[in-house]
Design a protein around this ligand. Structure first.
Ligand SMILES: CC(C)(COP(=O)(O)OP(=O)(O)OC[C@H]1O[C@@H](n2cnc3c(N)ncnc32)[C@H](O)[C@@H]1OP(=O)(O)O)[C@@H](O)C(=O)NCCC(=O)NCCS
Length: 150
């Protein structure tokens, strides 16, 4: 049964204020080094997140990004809690993010997905992204680069 959720949009200061809870959430869905996350967020232009919250205000899903190239929103990280997976939450967060980015005046969106992450690659294509390149660095997982014109 899908937990009830609502999708909110957080601006940069709000993302930084919630950096610890975002990092704890990411630790669960996308294990990596999320230490000093507030520092990693600070200084990002047009930092923004779409979050799915349960009735207690706990994070169930997240899409977070910032403006890396002028006029293009870089959708950097995201994930959905295991207990809320497979029920359209990632797709709903992407729709909300893309609608917001268009209304905010961005001309496009970019994102990168590690090659083994089939689920994210499929989600990106379904959301209207096209493959724009590959990032191949020796010793690191190859990344598929995506771009969507708004
Ligand atoms: C990848 C992830 C975001 C998917 O979240 P989700 O809420 O379960 O995805 P949705 O239910 O919205 O799926 C939408 C579509 O994506 C595709 N998809 C999702 N999960 C998939 C999987 N495991 N395998 C293949 N396709 C998948 C399907 O086409 C699906 O549509 P369908 O249900 O009609 O078939 C989630 O599994 C996750 O958080 N993974 C770990 C974190 C991560 O990889 N983040 C991205 C890197 S920043």
């Amino acid at each position: 049964m899908m937990p009830d959720y609502q999708i909110d949009q957080w601006d940069g200061p709000r993302c930084i204020a919630h950096a610890d809870s975002i990092a704890a959430f990411l630790d669960k869905v996308l294990p990596d080094d999320w230490s000093n996350f507030a520092e990693k967020l600070s200084g990002r232009r047009n930092l923004n997140a779409h979050v799915a919250l349960d009735g207690q205000g706990q994070l169930l899903g997240l899409k977070l990004g910032y403006e890396r190239h002028r006029g293009v929103f870089n959708s950097w990280i995201g994930g959905v809690a295991e207990e809320a997976g497979g029920q359209g939450l990632a797709a709903a967060l992407m729709t909300a993010q893309h609608t917001w980015a268009k209304e905010a005046g961005f001309r496009g969106l970019e994102t990168a997905t590690r090659q083994p992450n089939r689920a994210m690659a499929i989600l990106n294509l379904k959301a209207g992204y096209l493959i724009s390149g590959l990032d191949v660095i020796a010793g690191e997982p190859t990344k598929i680069l995506f771009y969507k014109s708004l």
